[in-house]
Structures are given as C-alpha cells and as structure tokens.
Design a protein around this ligand. Sequence first.
Ligand SMILES: [Zn+2]
Length: 76
Amino acid sequence: MLDPVPDYLNCPECGTSVSAAAIGSHACDDRHRREHHDRTATAQVAELEADIRSFLESPHGRFELFYAQRTRRRAS
Ligand SMILES: [Zn+2]
C-alpha cells in the first residue's frame, strides 16, 4: 500500500506549514526564515553538545581528555 500524501508540508527554508498544492508557489517570509534558522541552529548546537559529552564519557574520549590534561601540565 502506498504512503498517503500529506495535505500540508513544512517549507524546508522557513518551516511554515504550506498546503502540498501550494508548495511550488510559496514565498518565504523573512521573519519566519530567520526564526526557523535560529531554531534549527539551536537544535544543532544542542545535538553537537550532546555528541561531545557522549564522546568525552566514552573510553576513547576519557583517554583524549586525560592525554590533553597531561600534555597541558607538561607544557606549563
Ligand atoms: Zn518558506
């Protein structure tokens, strides 16, 4: 069975919900585009922070942290 075609789609540029029939003629609003960009960037920063935290808690990350601290102590 085919997936149903949604009636509305989110514009990838501004995140506005637009009817599928009108997506081709949609013009993004600058304010919506900026707000969408800010939300996306905030989510990406949060994801990056979680990835870094996860790496630093892994055996490889703990070793890298130990090695960096050891190297810094020897340099000073
Ligand atoms: Zn748009």
